[in-house]
Design a binder for this molecule. Structure first.
Ligand SMILES: [Zn+2]
Length: 477
């Protein structure tokens, strides 16, 4: 048995003006794919792998059209060259926006289907923040999505999709997929599976599975995508149409019934309110999430709103990690460690953002392997600040320790994040989330809504809802 493996994986705020380019993607090709830790699960199975291309980027703005076209053309070339194979596995995110195109995954997966013909099985794995269109469902046979947010089940999900594919090829079973849209979009920050009702809804998914229902998933969808396909939905893979539809209907109905119970996990509010709370805190570290500019949610990551607010308050003992500003980083490298200089920090990528001027001392320079990976640690009065040349999160403890920084020791740590990562959440004492501005801000009802389906909550009043299961046209009942 021989399986073709590849895909494209990113999440794009359609409100960001900063287009993703080739260099924003980590591209795995051929042996580089099969040998990569991300695809380590492939080694648990005896099937031969035909590795194609897998492109993955930190979430951000829309993908430039020529970048997308290049990746797609190379993927299809490799797919053609890898023939013959028995099935295709695609590792996707599901919320990619390509500049000037709606439903980019629909475009990619349809091209794969056209290349392999109608008889071949295609399995996909997704992030639960993907937006799944019926066009996608109509091209695939097997689907699995994360069941945790923060995402701690990525390898398990990828392997679940892959194992179903192997099972189908081995046994000759012909599974199919059913989608049940739910006219609702929630931000990830209000639908963490660490908190109710998400925790119980996701914990209940396996109980809907059985001999003819292979996999049950609940897609929260991606709220910062103003696209016709943007919606929550249940997606179920099974071999019996009636049972698969019934499982999807039940999942969709349970989600809809719980819609008014979704809340932010941490104490959340406007930035001045959160800073007032942080000022009164007697424990440390207070970890403040700058939610509107979270790069892992698609934010630009270059805004200095919180820095400016802390400077205005003459805040003592804060660690901000980090702000993306390549010109500022280059100025620090040019000045050298120990130098003092005046910097404009912020709004280097999105001129509509907020910047701050500060006199800084360069504490540490970190070169990485390319200038795009340069980082500078600077100090301005009571604030230690990490500047990064590229868009990136600081969500792992290792991101701090590599720079000689100890987030546990700081009075206030500011990260560009929504819900905190599994590394940071346990040390937050307490965790606060600021409703800051940015291209992934939490003021969802005010987001421009030109393209989403009419009747989607919260842009529409909560209507009545009757689940309408939509099987893939490929589902053989
Ligand atoms: Zn996600």
């Amino acid at each position: 048995m021989r399986i073709a493996v590849g895909g494209i994986h990113t999440e794009c705020s359609t409100y960001s003006p900063v287009l993703m380019q080739d260099a924003d993607f980590r591209v795995l090709r051929g042996e580089g794919l099969t040998g990569h830790e991300y695809f380590a699960f492939l080694k648990n199975h005896t099937a031969e792998v035909a590795p194609l291309l897998h492109a993955r980027a930190v979430p951000g703005g829309p993908v430039a059209r020529d970048t997308y076209d290049r990746f797609k053309a190379e993927f299809l070339e490799r797919l053609e060259a890898a023939k013959p194979f028995d099935a295709v596995y695609l590792a996707m995110h599901g919320a990619m926006k390509v500049d000037g195109m709606f439903d980019a995954e629909g475009d990619w997966i349809s091209a794969v289907r056209a290349a392999v013909g109608p008889d071949m099985l295609i399995a996909t794995s997704y992030d639960l923040h993907g937006n799944v269109s019926q066009r996608i469902i109509d091209q695939i046979d097997i689907f699995a999505a994360y069941r945790t947010a923060p995402h701690i089940d990525t390898p398990e999900t990828m392997e679940a999709a892959y194992a179903m594919l192997l099972r189908a090829v081995e046994t000759g079973a012909r599974p199919g997929v059913v989608r049940v849209p739910v006219p609702l979009l929630l931000p990830g920050e209000r639908s963490s599976t660490e908190d109710e009702p998400g925790r119980s809804l996701y914990a209940a998914l396996p109980s809907r599975e059985g001999p003819s229902v292979w996999r049950t998933d609940l897609m929260i969808g991606y709220v910062w995508a103003d696209e016709p396909r943007a919606t929550a939905c249940a997606v179920v893979t099974g071999t019996d149409l009636a049972a698969t539809k019934a499982a999807g209907t039940a999942i969709a109905a349970d989600f809809w019934a719980a819609r008014d119970r979704f809340r932010f996990g941490p104490v959340t509010g406007p930035l001045p309110e959160m800073l007032a709370l942080a000022e009164k805190a007697t424990t440390r570290p207070v970890i403040l999430a700058d939610s509107g500019d979270n790069p892992t949610g698609g934010g630009v990551g270059d805004r200095a709103d919180v820095l400016a607010a802390l400077i205005a308050r003459d805040w003592q003992d804060a660690l901000i990690a980090g702000i993306t500003d390549r010109p500022a980083v280059e100025a620090c490298f040019a000045a050298g460690q120990g130098a003092r200089l005046t910097l404009k920090i912020g709004a280097s990528l999105d001129p509509a953002g907020v910047s701050a001027n500060a006199q800084v001392e360069v504490i540490r320079l970190d070169e990485g392997t390319t200038p795009a990976e340069w980082q500078a640690v600077v100090r301005t009065r009571g604030i230690t600040l990490v500047l990064a040349a590229r868009r990136r999160p600081y969500h792992d403890l290792a991101d701090f320790t590599k720079l000689g920084l100890d987030p546990k020791a700081a009075r206030l740590v500011v990260v560009k994040s929504g819900y905190l990562s599994p590394d940071l959440a346990p040390i937050a004492n307490p965790n606060l989330m600021a409703l800051t501005d940015g291209v992934v801000n939490q003021d969802i009802p005010k987001l421009a809504n030109l393209h989403r389906a009419a009747g989607t909550v919260p842009w529409a009043e909560s209507p009545g809802f009757a689940p309408d299961p939509q099987p893939s046209v490929r589902f053989r009942a």
